[in-house]
Design a protein around this ligand. Structure first.
Ligand code: FAD
Length: 458
């Protein structure tokens, strides 16, 4: 971002109400309080860092395409620089800004750097996206064979960005209260007390990889659901750019040279390739990723019973593996990958609810919400995305028994009246508890039949 700049430079953060402050068509905030809090903390940390470099982070509320041209005049800057994002809404804003700069030469230059790629690429990532295979493993094999990991950009040195010649009001950072939101309660049952910002992200990186030495066993622990150590929990910081995936890769390579190299140390890079794949996948498919039929063009219909969706979001379906995960999400803003796969499959397949409702709920609740990873994974889970195989629906009861054998996870989150305390923590109805809101096995078989009838392109 700062490369090639002779300085001085100012940072700008524009809070776009369309993205962060509106209520969506399903009636909940597009960005929930917890995610907003994490974002505001991240911006505060960025401001502190820019000030440490002698610069400033200007903060404005509004639509970037109107705010930024005004700010160019106010600051008398001659160049605006931004990093391109793969999301369709972000790209539309970039397009409008580009037009504004093209129509008014007095605004100066608008310099859009290409989407940050994990690998060194000769071409713009857009070209790579056009040629992206539909199947992850095909792309991964090619990338691992032919491409080199890119190094993270160097940090600017202290004082280099300072000395802006015009006085400009930086303005206070908004707070949850000033934005009409409430401070979310902290739940000590969560995996981590997540704090936004690069400083906390770097601390987690050092702690998990080196101090805790957790990387060496990651492949064996990554399907866990309880505790801070089973997976890296880097995702909230990665999603906001507080941690660079390039830096994470470099740290895994350093760990391999200083400590040990094994399947686990490779596997974290493998998972980051999924993130990279979905970013390219969104660049490739654009608005198609947000349609019900998805990029696979499979015309599935859904019953969309509101009471089913309500039971799902509030963790009241009666299936412990599903409910515990959704309660964790609502209480903390985080859910493990194992949990996400199960609850996504359960919503779209067993409950027969449009997968995009679930993607919207995740968008609202997840601290690590990332447009490409979220919508790409949801489309995949719903069978309308990048999955090469036939119908895939999770046996959520079997998954609970396999990944939470003793029921410790479901007991951790379902500690109230629905507590699965009997001999069958994943099937409490066998101990006299209530039945789930759908017959789990039959509803999955019905979903498979619907899936088979909805052939792509019809
Ligand atoms: P680790 O297991 O430690 O993995 C390291 C990193 O690899 C992650 O931080 C993430 O950046 C990347 N990664 C791992 N798995 C995936 C994956 N399947 N897809 C993309 N990247 C991956 N991840 C998000 O970052 N944001 C989202 O909005 C998001 N929504 C999801 C929705 C669904 C329905 C599903 C099934 C998965 C979603 N994921 C999302 C992917 C994955 O669940 C999380 O990245 C992971 O659980 C975060 O925990 P971690 O950082 O401890 O992961």
């Amino acid at each position: 971002m700062f490369e090639g700049l002779a300085g001085p430079a100012l940072g700008v953060w524009v809070l776009d109400p369309r993205e962060l402050l509106i209520t969506n068509a399903l009636g909940f905030p597009r960005c929930g309080d917890r995610r907003l809090k994490f974002l505001l903390e991240s911006v505060a940390d960025l401001r502190a860092q820019l000030r440490g470099l002698g610069s400033e982070l200007l903060v404005r509320l509004g639509e970037p395409e109107s705010v930024l041209p005004k700010l160019m005049r106010e600051t008398r800057a001659n160049r605006l620089r931004a990093v391109e994002e793969p999301g369709t809404e972000e790209r539309a804003v970039e397009k409008r800004l580009r037009r504004a700069f093209a129509e008014d030469a007095s605004l100066g230059e608008f310099d859009l750097l290409p989407v940050e790629a994990l690998f060194e690429m000769d071409d713009d990532p857009r070209a790579a996206a056009r040629e992206l295979p539909e199947v992850f493993s095909k792309w991964r094999r090619k990338a691992e064979k032919h491409l080199e990991f890119a190094l993270p950009d160097a940090m600017p040195t202290s004082g280099r960005l300072g000395g802006w010649p015009v006085e400009v009001k930086a303005r206070d950072l908004p707070t949850l209260t000033s934005l009409g939101r409430a401070e979310p309660a902290y739940d000590p049952r969560g995996v981590l007390p997540f704090v936004g910002g690069e400083s906390a992200g770097l601390q987690r990186l050092r702690q998990w990889v080196f101090a805790g030495d957790h990387l060496r066993g990651y492949k064996e622990t990554r399907n866990g659901m309880l505790g801070e150590a089973y997976s890296s929990k880097f995702s909230p910081w990665l999603a906001l750019g507080c941690l660079s995936p390039r830096l994470v890769v470099q740290e895994t390579l350093r760990y391999e040279s200083e400590r040990t190299a094994n399947d686990s140390t490779y596997w974290l890079r493998f998972e980051l390739l999924w993130r990279e794949f979905f970013r390219l996948y969104l660049l490739k498919h654009g608005a198609k990723l947000f349609r019900r039929e998805g990029p696979a063009d499979r015309p599935l219909d859904y019953a969309n019973r509101p009471q089913h969706f309500e039971a799902w979001t509030s963790g009241g379906t009666g299936v412990p593996m599903v409910d515990a995960n959704l309660r964790e999400l609502a209480a903390t803003g985080f859910m493990s990958n194992r949990g996400r796969q199960n609850v996504a499959s359960f919503l779209a397949k067993n409950l027969d609810v449009d997968w995009r409702w679930g993607a919207r709920w995740f968008e609202s609740q997840l601290l690590d919400y990332d447009v490409a990873s979220n919508w790409g994974n949801w489309a995949y889970a719903a069978g309308v995305g990048a999955d090469p195989r036939g119908f895939r629906g999770f046996d959520v009861i079997g998954q609970g028994k396999r990944y939470d054998e003793q029921g410790a996870y479901v007991r951790h989150w379902l500690s109230d009246e629905s507590s699965p305390n009997g001999r069958h923590p994943h099937e409490p109805w066998k101990d006299g508890g209530p039945n789930p809101i759908v017959d789990v096995r039959r509803s999955l078989a019905d979903a498979e039949a619907r899936w088979g009838q909805a052939a792509p392109g019809h």
